[in-house]
Write a protein that binds this ligand. Structure first.
Ligand SMILES: Nc1nc2c(c(=O)[nH]1)N[C@H]1C(S)=C(S)[C@@H](COP(=O)(O)OP(=O)(O)OC[C@H]3O[C@@H](n4cnc5c(=O)[nH]c(N)nc54)[C@H](O)[C@@H]3O)O[C@H]1N2
Ligand SMILES: Nc1nc2c(c(=O)[nH]1)N[C@H]1C(S)=C(S)[C@@H](COP(=O)(O)OP(=O)(O)OC[C@H]3O[C@@H](n4cnc5c(=O)[nH]c(N)nc54)[C@H](O)[C@@H]3O)O[C@H]1N2
Ligand code: SF4
Ligand SMILES: [Mo]
Length: 724
């Protein structure tokens, strides 16, 4: 008898879009992965990466058992042996050198993994180290920073209401490649086209004419790293032309006059030179934005990972506020997710913290319990009290994803002990003494704790595991639990019966926590938001019956009830931001001197996901993608030909890669995608090493950061380009 085929529905957890998938399988063989047309949110949208979920599951290079590095190569070991050895080494190092001698780095997939989201924090707390790092500080830290100081909670992130807005001003984002970020909006291309169909405008500010810029009504090139000036001038115009109209929220806000005074000198004429955008275009943009019925300014990684990332996100929030578009339909809104992560973390005192400690070598400030990862390598390389001697990486590849990756590569090689919780032996994990490999996406049950809270509609969906975990496999959360128990010398909740003696949370499995959080959430039995499903309150059994997920409606104004600042008012002019304007004045006082260096920026590609999907043959097929994009005029000046191999050099390093000429680049700016550079010794990714590319982060500079937040400033790294 043949095994019948089954159809299963789940959410893709690779990027932030949360597309619904329809997966056909026979036994454990995946026959097809399609978009789920009945998912009310994604309505059948899908991208080529979804198939990678199957490729990862079947990948022969994926680790399925713990391994230990020895003089003669990697040897498989048992889980028990691995856990014991890891715990013993962490304890040994902390006893010898102090708590901070162990560092932790958590990468991006943590946020896409329910078990890791719930169980890695208690594990990390057990270590009691101040050397905690994550991908946040090469990404969205400035968003959290602005949210914390203005609204009182680092997770009160304003989301652009794309489905209802009349005017979307987008800076430093390319959702047609990235599928949207801090804006979960599956099928974003269709949403943007609908905006235009209803008479709305999309304006894109980007040093490259990206896929999204091509779709836009208007695109302006901008010199990398100068967005802060454009935003200041937009705000300046709005004030000076009497266009400010904050509406009812004004009664809830402090500091508008201070803002107006502080930005008085940033006229469109003054910023035209450094930004490359003519004064008249800035004025017109300000008028169009302020004049639109509804409008929203949205900035993402291109304005977050720059030297004024913190100020950019403050100014974006201000622009939305002064035009009456904050917390208002069609503007920048706050979600009401079924699991209220903002409310829960507010109750547990995790609204955000700043500057409780500083990094030892560079004195960079802690935010939200973490230090900027740009400081990590020097903390390992600089001898002295408090030097990092051991490292734990959790779902991260900082050698390819953080600035001056080569320096970190060398630093990791010098550690006394390293453990990686990861599925691959890659550029980072090759330095580990032990790798603990968890199950992968399709073997885990999933609820997007974070991305439902960042979505353009309120939605909820639970995905049961599609495939049973392999025998003797561990989920991420079980690895954290086991390590934590060993660190604390406590008995462990067994796999069969998760009842242990650690604490309340440790007794429950991820799905049970989801159930509890739903029941006590805004749509739960005691919540205010009644819906079709929530007659008796939303809970996991109800949600499980809705295999395609549920739509809980459009975003609703709610800021008044959510503000978590000490006086429960919006802080428009936090002192830190005002003070940082001095740095803007200094940096641009001599901008003319900077004009002839080529400035390097990154780019995302639809078939990559940061550094870790290049082992899927179907995602790397075709033309070489890791190329240097350059405007033909810049190439001519340097006698460089299209397709030629070039050498790119910065303060920190040199790489070689092919050149691709295109007038989609702003003259003076070049671009390299991140996440490549798989040709390092010992990387065990058979397909990826055949398409290695080169790492942009061998060129980016750990010293180039946003001084205010500590975030890496990837945008606009000065480079030289030569033939060969
Ligand atoms: N120059 C430049 N650098 C950048 C960026 C840029 O735009 N330009 N972007 C930055 C951004 S936004 C980010 S988020 C970072 C990403 O930086 P990282 O998070 O450090 O890197 P990733 O490539 O996402 O690596 C993810 C790792 O997790 C492993 N993994 C995948 N799934 C799982 C899982 O379920 N469990 C476990 N335990 N491991 C898993 C993979 O094998 C891989 O090793 O890169 C940043 N770096
Ligand atoms: N396919 C794919 N999707 C992804 C990822 C991936 O690696 N691949 N990564 C995921 C992750 S971790 C994240 S954080 C999101 C990020 O999502 P997005 O923020 O949409 O990321 P990008 O596509 O890198 O867009 C950043 C844009 O900023 C522009 N830019 C660079 N410098 C400047 C500048 O100085 N000023 C301005 N105005 N623009 C600038 C770049 O040209 C680029 O077009 O994407 C997620 N989705
Ligand atoms: S857009 Fe993102 S969520 Fe949707 S299928 Fe692609 S990777 Fe998955
Ligand atoms: Mo990211």
């Amino acid at each position: 008898m043949t095994t019948p085929t089954q159809t299963h529905f789940r959410t893709c957890n690779l990027c932030e879009a949360m597309c619904g998938l329809e997966i056909e399988l026979r036994g454990e063989e995946i026959l097809a992965i399609r978009g789920d047309k009945l998912d009310p949110f994604s309505q059948g949208h899908i991208c080529p990466k979804a198939t990678a979920l199957a490729d990862i599951y079947h990948d022969p290079d994926r680790l399925r058992q713990p391994v230990r590095r020895t003089a003669v190569g990697w040897e498989p070991i048992s889980w028990d042996e691995a856990f014991d050895e890891v715990a013993a080494n962490i304890k040994r190092i902390q006893e010898a050198y102090g708590r901070n001698a162990i560092a932790v780095y958590q990468g991006n997939p943590n946020v896409h993994n329910l078990g890791a989201m719930l169980y890695s924090p208690p594990f990390v707390r057990t270590l009691r180290t101040q050397n905690r790092f994550s991908a946040t500080s090469v990404d969205q830290l400035p968003h959290h920073f602005a949210a914390y100081f203005m609204f009182g909670h680092q997770l009160l992130l304003p989301i652009p209401d794309v489905d209802r807005t009349d005017f979307l001003l987008m800076l430093g984002a390319n959702p047609l490649a990235s599928n949207g970020s801090l804006m979960t909006a599956p099928g974003i291309a269709d949403r943007l086209k609908k905006l235009q169909k209803r008479g709305g405008q999309l304006v894109v500010i980007d040093p490259r004419r990206t896929e999204t810029a091509v779709l836009a009504n208007t695109h302006h090139f901008i010199k990398p790293g100068s967005d802060v000036l454009l935003l200041l001038a937009l705000l300046h115009t709005i004030f000076s032309e009497g266009l400010a109209a904050p509406g009812p929220l004004a009664a809830l806000a402090d500091g508008l006059d201070q803002v107006q005074r502080a930005i008085a000198q940033f006229t469109p004429e003054r910023v035209a030179g450094p930004t490359g955008i003519p004064a008249e275009a800035v004025r017109q943009l300000a008028r169009d934005f302020a004049g639109a019925k509804t409008a929203v300014c949205y900035g993402r990684i291109g304005v977050s990972t720059q030297q004024f990332g913190g100020l950019c996100h403050w100014l974006i929030n201000l622009l939305n506020f002064v035009t009456g578009n904050l917390d208002s339909p069609g503007g920048a809104m706050f979600t009401t997710p079924a699991i209220d992560v903002v409310g829960i973390t507010a109750m547990t005192g995790q609204t955000g913290r700043y500057g409780r400690w500083h990094s030892r070598v560079r004195n960079l400030p802690e935010f939200g319990g973490e230090l900027p990862v740009a400081a990590l390598a020097k903390e390992m390389l600089t001898p002295g009290d408090g030097q990092i001697k051991g490292m734990i990486t959790i779902a991260g590849n900082p050698v390819l994803s953080t600035p001056n990756g080569r320096q970190l590569d060398e630093a990791l090689a010098g550690l006394e002990f390293m453990v990686a919780i990861d599925i691959y032996i890659n550029e980072t994990t090759r330095h580990a003494n032990i790798i603990l490999p968890p199950t992968t996406g399709l073997e885990t049950e999933h609820y997007d704790l974070i991305f439902h809270a960042l979505a353009v509609r309120n939605t909820a969906k639970f995905s049961p595991a599609l495939l049973p975990p392999a025998e003797d496999a561990r989920h991420d959360w079980q690895i954290f639990q086991e390590l934590r128990a060993r660190m604390e010398s406590q008995p462990l909740p067994t796999r069969q019966s998760p009842i242990g003696k650690i604490d309340f949370f440790a007794r429950m499995q991820p799905a049970q926590i989801v159930d509890l959080a739903l029941r006590f959430g805004p749509y739960g039995a005691h919540g205010f938001n009644k819906t079709r499903l929530a007659g008796q309150g939303l809970k996991l059994p109800t949600l499980k019956r809705e295999a395609h997920g549920v739509d809980l409606g459009p975003l609703k104004p709610n800021l008044k009830h959510r503000l978590a600042t000490p006086n429960r008012r919006i802080q428009l002019a936090p002192e830190l931001f005002l003070a940082d304007l001095d740095r803007v004045r200094e940096v641009w006082a001599d901008h003319a001197a900077r004009d002839d260096a080529l400035l390097l920026i990154g780019r995302r590609q639809l078939r990559s996901n940061n550094s870790w999907l290049h082992n899927s043959p179907r995602l790397v097929r075709g033309k070489e993608r890791c190329t240097l994009l350059m405007h033909p005029e810049d190439a001519q000046k340097r006698h460089l030909a299209d397709g030629a191999q070039v050498t790119v050099q910065s303060r920190t390093g040199t790489i070689q890669l092919p050149l691709a000429l295109t007038d989609t680049m702003m003259p003076g700016v070049v671009s390299i995608p991140h996440g490549w550079g798989h040709d390092r010794d010992g990387v065990r990714l058979e397909t990826a090493v055949q398409h290695p590319g080169a790492s942009i982060n061998d060129l980016t500079d750990d010293q180039q950061i946003d001084q205010l937040t500590g975030n890496a400033a990837f945008c606009g790294v000065p480079v030289m380009v030569k033939p060969g």
